[in-house]
Design a protein around this ligand. Structure first.
Ligand code: CAA
Length: 379
């Protein structure tokens, strides 16, 4: 067992860190404030190969692995959690199922432009009445000739409105318990597909979240992803890896908040010395750093397991559970260390705290992670 990152992973970390500092951080506060998504940041990430990290070159990727992908999400989230989740949803939730279940033609048509960053991907599972109980979805697809006709709506879609390709789940056989749903590849220009309400959120405000609406949306039969009736399994398997991307995002948010808190604690003086030299603050910093390191190790381990072809669903749920809680705890402490200043928008820690909260909610709430972990422990 060894805990050193390879030279390739270290290089990627440095590349992403430099990019994030230069291209992402300077506009993070204004994008947050004004709820703006800048496509040119995504295009610049594509130029570095970040939009297709784990996929082979023949599909537009750079042929690296899931650990490299997690490192990239972490480093982006260290300065801007919105940019981190844009990449995470694109890679884990749209590209991954295409890579795993797509036909060769689907990979060439859809995965390749996504991996090259010419297009953005999204994933649609949640509905107004179907959140944690994902299997209770109502959106349905009916076969009419050589097309499926989809009706319904999906909510809380990360990359909604900016995505070109959506992986969407719909009921194709309401009478079957185990083979009820099917996955579909939806292009944004398909007739009957539209973007609904845009959410105004507490955090990750420069990552657009919208409703997507299907009104007699015509989808060619060839756009079924995987087998008919296999949709729920594809959705769950996709989330197995996606959750670790969110863990990486949470680690990055927490690290960004700790970086800021350390800088501040070293320069802010009270009672005649820097607050970092006061035990009440220095012990906080020690606890924050320790939790982040534990979260990072869980996250890297799950990513490594996926890259090695080992099981990783339970480990991914654990990393998301622990890293999400760590991000919330660490960012709250960072605001505390900044005191009154931390509560203002003059410093980034209030943004980190707002951004951290979603990591305890999306891609399965913390309660759902516990359900997934405990089921795996006892099955
Ligand atoms: N891999 C493969 N198959 C799986 C699986 C997995 N991880 N999890 C479940 N399945 C299979 C089961 O084996 C079972 O198959 P059979 O019928 O053949 O036996 C079938 O799926 C049904 O499984 P369950 O009985 O476990 O299903 P359930 O109804 O009890 O639900 C759940 C399980 C874990 C609670 C699931 O509903 C769930 O994960 N809910 C949370 C949903 C979620 O995470 N939503 C996030 C939305 S996406 C998002 O947030 C994106 C974003 O914005 C960034």
């Amino acid at each position: 067992m060894q805990f050193m990152l390879s030279e390739e992973h270290e290089m990627l970390r440095k590349t992403v860190r430099d990019f994030a500092k230069k291209e992402v951080e300077p506009t993070a506060a204004e994008r947050d404030e004004q709820e703006l998504f800048y496509r040119d940041i995504f295009t610049k990430m594509a130029e570095l190969g970040l939009t297709g990290i784990p996929w082979p070159e023949q599909y537009g990727g750079i042929g690296s692995d899931y650990l490299a992908y997690c490192i990239a999400v972490e480093e982006l989230s260290r300065v801007c959690a919105s940019t981190g989740v844009t990449l995470s949803a694109h890679t884990s939730l749209a590209c991954w199922p295409l890579y795993k279940f797509g036909t060769e033609a689907q990979k060439q048509t859809y995965l390749k432009p996504l991996a090259l960053g010419e297009k953005i991907g999204a994933y649609g599972l949640t509905e107004p009445g179907s959140g944690s109980d994902a299997g209770s979805m109502k959106t349905n697809a009916r076969l009419v000739g050589d097309h499926y006709v989809i009706n319904g709506s999906k909510i809380f879609i990360t990359n909604g409105g900016i995505a070109d390709i959506y992986i969407v789940f719909a009921v194709t056989d309401a009478t079957s318990k185990s083979k009820k749903t099917t996955a579909f590849i939806i292009e944004k220009d398909f007739a009957g597909f539209s973007i609904g309400k845009k959410e105004h959120k507490l955090g990750i405000r420069s990552s657009p979240t919208t409703e997507i609406i299907f009104e007699d949306c015509k989808v060619p039969k060839e756009n079924i992803l995987g087998q008919l009736g296999e949709g729920f399994k594809i959705a769950m398997m996709t989330l197995d890896g996606g959750r670790n991307g969110i863990a990486a995002q949470a680690v990055g948010i927490a690290q960004g908040a700790l970086d800021a808190a350390i800088d501040y604690a070293k320069t802010r003086e009270q009672f005649g010395k820097p607050i970092a030299a006061q035990q009440g603050i220095s012990f906080k910093l020690a606890d924050m750093a320790t939790s982040i390191e534990a979260a990072r190790l869980l996250t890297y381990q799950a990513a490594w397991r996926e890259s090695e072809g080992l099981s990783y669903g339970m480990e991914s749920a654990m990393s998301k559970l622990f890293a999400g809680d760590t991000a919330m705890k660490v960012t709250t402490e960072a605001v505390q260390i900044f005191g009154g200043y931390g509560y203002t928008k003059d410093y980034p820690v209030e943004r980190y705290m707002r951004d951290a909260k979603i990591t305890q909610i999306y891609e399965g709430t913390q309660e759902i992670q516990r359900l997934v972990i405990s089921r795996m422990l006892t099955k």
